[in-house]
Ligand binder design. Sequence first.
Ligand code: RFL
Ligand code: PHB
Length: 389
Amino acid sequence: MRTKVAIIGAGPSGLLLGQLLHTFGVDNIILERQTPDYVLGRIRAGLLEEGTVSLLDQVGAGARLHQEGLVHHGVELAFGGARHRIDMHAATGKTVTIYGQTEVTLDLMNARKAAGLTSVYSASDVKPHDFDTDHPRVTYVKDGVSHEIACDFIAGCDGFHGVSRASVPASAITSYERVYPFGWLGILSETPPVSPELIYNNHERGFALCTMRSSHRSRYYVQCPLDDHVDQWSDDRFWDELKRRLDQKAADELVTGPSIEKSIAPLRSFVAEPMRFGRMFLAGDASHIVPPTGAKGLNLAASDVHYLSQALREYYDEKSSAGLDGYSARALARVWKAVRFSWWMTSMLHKFPDEGEFAARIQIAELDYLVSSKAASTSLSENYVGLPF
Ligand code: RFL
Ligand code: PHB
């Protein structure tokens, strides 16, 4: 088999890259380790920046998003028992859209199917080869049979635990990492959201986030110890802990119900540099991870593949390698700003087990400044709605 771009991973970055390349006439094949149902079952991100929405529009995968997505103009910060609204739209003229990653993935899968592009699911032992030469290849095994794809370029869109970054010699890559001493326990429930906009809560018992997937489906998170297991968290225990971390009005209005999903995610900031190794390019979680506090992970995956697809279009249409040569620096400049924002939001909103009352008071002072200063709340808004790309 031969293709121009072999894409490893059918998460949001691989699928969106595949569709963008298709609109530019660049053929591509996607290799994915899991089944489509497994990929669709991963409940993750829920908040899209305008830039991400316009990329989905650009590839013809935005129709359902515009029908079902919830457009938010503001966000709430709760601390010291009170809630404070930040009007992001007034500050920036921009909004964010609540639309689940599962739905984004499904829409992109359907667009790929409609375009008749090749995806190989349940591909095992996927390996990139010879990306330091002009003739890269990817090998994989499907149903016990070995296959090889010859290509011009490889796109490593295979997430944090993928094979692409792991195939690069250690001497060629530098990693930067911060691991946080807590996780997020999240549940999904078929209940109306407690409030029309998201509420980020700083509380002495720990952080809590009220978010949603639709007008009748809620998503809530509470900060929990890293070594907690979901089995220790009955639904009743979760709702009780969440209520204790909310302001009185939200606690009174919270509608509880059985969870339909419950999981714990560790929090990490991670960046691997560079994002290009010869003819292999990394994008999305394969090259960087942010804690979910700023809702940036999926949106960074989208800006990476935007830059990469532009560079590949330039290569094929204009015979210029300038975009490919500049990809890593261009993507990383945006990545690091989102890494900074997500780290800052995480630091300001969570209870750090090894830090005392001084750190807690500094957090409250910062939050108080944020909601009372136009400059500070504009800065938060600019980052939250997404820096331009
Ligand atoms: P993904 O989604 O991990 O997809 C990678 C794909 O590659 C496949 N794969 C392989 N395929 C073949 N061979 C191999 N050897 C392979 N190894 C792996 C995997 O099966 C998978 O299908 O990475 P991608 O595409 O870069 O997308 C990144 C996003 O999924 C991620 O950044 C977000 O989910 C992060 N995130 C959030 N991002 C936001 O923008 N807004 C949010 O509100 C938000 N909330 C979240 C989040 C992530 C969370 N968790 C659990 C990590 C909330 C949570 C709780
Ligand atoms: C979500 O809806 O799952 C979500 C929203 C905002 C975040 C993190 C997660 O910061």
